[in-house]
Design a protein around this ligand. Sequence first.
Ligand SMILES: Cc1cc2nc3c(=O)[nH]c(=O)nc-3n(C[C@H](O)[C@H](O)[C@H](O)COP(=O)(O)OP(=O)(O)OC[C@H]3O[C@@H](n4cnc5c(N)ncnc54)[C@H](O)[C@@H]3O)c2cc1C
Length: 418
Amino acid sequence: MADSEKQFDVAVIGAGPAGMMAAIAAAEAGSRVAVLEKNSRPGIKLLLTGNGRCNFTNAQPDLKKLVAAYGVSGPFLFNAFSRFDFKNAIDFFEKMGIKTKAEDKQRMFPRSDEAKDILDALVAKMDGLGIVVKYGATVKSLVRDGRLVKEIILEIGKIFAKNVIIATGGKSYGVTGSTGDGYFLAEMLGHRIAKPVPSLVPIKIAESWVKDLQGVSVERAGVSIVKNGKKGNMKTGAVLFTHFGLSGPLILDLSGLVGKELAGGKISLSINFLPDLNFEELERKLIKDFQNNGSKGLKNCLAGSLPRKIWFQILALAEVDPEKHANGITREERRRIIARIADFPAAVFGLLGFEEAIITAGGVNPKEIDGKTMRSKIIDNLFFAGEIIDVHGPTGGYNLQQCWSTGYVAGKSAAENS
Ligand SMILES: Cc1cc2nc3c(=O)[nH]c(=O)nc-3n(C[C@H](O)[C@H](O)[C@H](O)COP(=O)(O)OP(=O)(O)OC[C@H]3O[C@@H](n4cnc5c(N)ncnc54)[C@H](O)[C@@H]3O)c2cc1C
């Protein structure tokens, strides 16, 4: 490697969304930038986002609400959002020729439904700015000299840069390259790491019926956590049944709480398949539906309201024969069915691990990072961006927006420090 290929104003470790945005922001500010990526290509996790469609931001216009979505550490992001928010993210990609669209709850996607378009735009922008991207470049350690990083040690060779941005992500979906290396690198330089734990993760269910429902999804279900016979608040959203249990946005968002409750003892979930109807409304709906389908088997009822496989499971749990004629249902049977539609029990067996977690909670303590610049409070030429920082949001585009915002600020600040 020639000397000119080893000396940079800014070296970014990791070509994920946060690292690419940081590199772009630094290069736009005039810095000579290198991105060091251990994989042979960039943004492997980015391609998986939103089921391959990339929910790239959440258009929550209320800054206070946006910050609140990230929990107790949310206020750390306030400055970064003030400098680069969802509008900037949309604008950034639209200027690169990507048309965007909003879906449920302000979730933003490329209109093409292709995560690849988002990745291609970032890569094209990096190319256009002359950013040097080194693939197969695994950073092994960072050499510290007082309050500065002096050298970046790769598996083979060294790189020198006036500033270093760590954007190595978390340690979930390790096959994508996010294997938690950044925690080790940050710790090496004196940072404290909050224990990484899988977050936004599917839930394993004990009952065997889950296998029968595999692949079924419900756009709007209600789910409550039940502990010691007490039902908690119901949350609503989309639920997906899988071969091991439950997934989908609502379940992923509940998984943090489920994990905490599970640590204190056995819990189950109560699923309400028609959460917008109270008991009386549900009873009226069933009476009408049973009347309309009088001579038909019960199995043909509620066709437009519930997926067929779920309806069968409800009837099985309510111990009502699906072959029975709808007009032959007793009041007692109807009430048993209603009870199961509104309270379908699922015993929690556990959570899936890092391999299936959408994000890793934990990471570099935001108290040790200056929120205005993303600069380390311990090392003067070190910056952080993305999931490595211990600030995470729910599903809905919040986590990628965190990457764009912290990446932008880290890149600009590192350039100013060059
Ligand atoms: C299945 C799935 C779906 C998701 N869907 C969404 C969604 O729709 N919307 C949303 O907002 N969020 C979503 N997320 C979360 C989102 O993908 C992450 O928050 C985001 O990718 C984090 O970006 P990052 O740049 O911080 O890290 P990463 O994307 O993890 O990138 C880190 C990069 O650093 C590299 N690296 C690691 N260690 C080293 C090293 N030692 N040397 C060199 N390079 C290294 C890795 O190879 C990787 O390329 C999803 C996540 C998953 C797993």
